[in-house]
Design a protein around this ligand. Structure first.
Ligand code: ADP
Length: 398
């Protein structure tokens, strides 16, 4: 029987999980995927996908422990739970590794405490990650549990990119620096590019663009991240579904002085801005429908999104000096033909030329979308953070 890794992504009111056989091809769907939602509410749901089948149960889920327990039971009832499948390791997505963690860590009590110490830097995410870790360790006490950090890939960025030009004493006291996020995705995707280019990974300079609900760009030299668009928090950088991305920080002081509370401004910038704030919708598919209907707000949001993307691509080209590849990934990057076309338009002078037919091709695995005479190669590489986490976790399996 093949050995699986359980990948757990525990959020504040939901838990996503997958059972992955890391030895399988990345394009194969996971053996099992599931979602526990509305934890703490009477109408909690557990959705389980096994093969092509979808099983959905609605029942009260009191807390994360109850949610995981019920999910495991549902998996067992369907022949794919801890009692029927060999789970050799558990990989946990942890959002913030702060200055402490650059690499995945085998979890013990001390590591949990260290993740707890980072809560001030990720007050919404790390507590939920810790609950997931603690409950999964109780339910599966005999297998290794491994924490994989969203920030890890960016831990060793050069100081000039990682540090903010803010008062050094304050920065040191409050651990203020650019941490970056989506690191597992940028590392996974950028890790595939050298092979697609047929080059030694140490010689490849590249830009990766993770465009999902959240969005970030990374500059990668020889396999090491040298810059990224997200910062102390995942609010910085590119315009996103509901987040502002980069704005003048003075806007926050101004709104505060105009009478908005800090929590209201936080909510405004994280949840009511970006594509949604400008156009009313955050889903790119609906945005596209509105653009097709000539909705001016949808067009304005789209043009801002493209502009911000080009701003980062341009600056990373200069930071890298020589550029071999640009790669698009995640929901928007993998699926939206127009975003790739428009963010790469009229860059022939910089050696970047998209092939329209390749760009419009199906999203069925890593593929080249630039023209043969484009000196910078442009790729679409589907991200698979769960597979990456499963591979890290499996490295610790007995
Ligand atoms: P997350 O950051 O939540 O992991 P995803 O990577 O799944 O997000 O990306 C979600 C976004 O991808 C959605 O907002 C949606 O707009 C966009 N998306 C997904 N499929 C398509 C598609 N076929 N065409 C255009 N956009 C898409």
């Amino acid at each position: 029987m093949s050995r699986h890794a359980l990948v757990v992504n525990s959020g504040s009111s939901s838990i996503k999980f997958q059972l992955v056989d890391p030895s399988k091809d990345a394009t194969e769907p996971p053996y099992v995927s599931g979602l526990v939602e509305r934890i703490g509410e009477d109408n909690g749901t557990i959705v389980l996908k096994v093969g092509g089948e979808k099983i959905e149960v609605t029942e009260p889920i009191s807390d994360h422990a109850d949610g995981l327990d019920k999910a495991f039971k549902l998996m067992d009832d369907n022949g794919c739970g801890p009692h029927s499948v060999e789970i050799a390791a558990v990989g946990h997505r942890v959002v913030h590794g702060g200055k402490l963690f650059s690499k995945p860590q085998l979890i013990d009590d001390q590591i949990v405490e260290m993740i707890r110490d980072l809560i001030p830097l990720a007050p919404l995410h790390n507590p939920a990650n810790i609950v997931g870790i603690e409950e999964a360790r109780k339910l599966l006490p005999d297998v290794p549990h491994v924490a994989v950090f969203d920030t890890g890939f960016f831990h060793d960025m050069p100081p000039a990119a990682a540090l903010y030009p803010i008062n050094a004493e304050v920065a040191a006291k409050h651990d203020i620096r650019r941490y970056g996020f989506h690191g597992t995705s940028h590392e996974y995707v950028s890790g595939q590019v050298p092979e697609l280019l047929g080059k030694d990974p140490r010689e490849v300079n590249q830009i990766t663009l993770h465009l999902g609900n959240g969005a970030s760009a990374a500059a990668v030299r020889g396999g090491l991240a040298v810059d990224t668009s997200m910062g102390l928090t995942p609010l910085a950088g590119l315009m996103m579904g509901t987040r502002t991305g980069d704005i003048d920080p003075g806007i926050i002081f101004h709104l505060y002085r105009q009478g908005m509370s800090i929590d209201e401004i936080d909510n405004l910038c994280n949840r009511q801005s970006g594509l949604k704030g400008v156009s009313g919708v955050n889903d790119f598919r609906i945005l596209q429908e509105r653009m097709d209907d000539n909705d001016p707000d949808a067009w304005a949001a789209y043009q801002m999104y493209v502009h911000q993307l080009r701003r980062y691509i341009g600056s990373y080209m200069l930071i890298l000096g020589r550029l071999d590849a640009i790669t698009f990934t995640a929901g928007v990057g993998e699926n939206h033909v127009g975003i790739r076309r428009d963010s790469m338009a009229e860059l022939e002078n910089f050696g970047i030329k998209i092939d329209p037919e390749r760009n419009a091709g199906p999203n069925d695995g890593p593929r080249l979308i630039s023209a043969d005479d484009s000196t910078v190669k442009v790729f679409v590489v589907p991200t698979n953070e769960e597979l990456a986490i499963a591979q890290y976790a499996m490295a610790y399996a007995h």
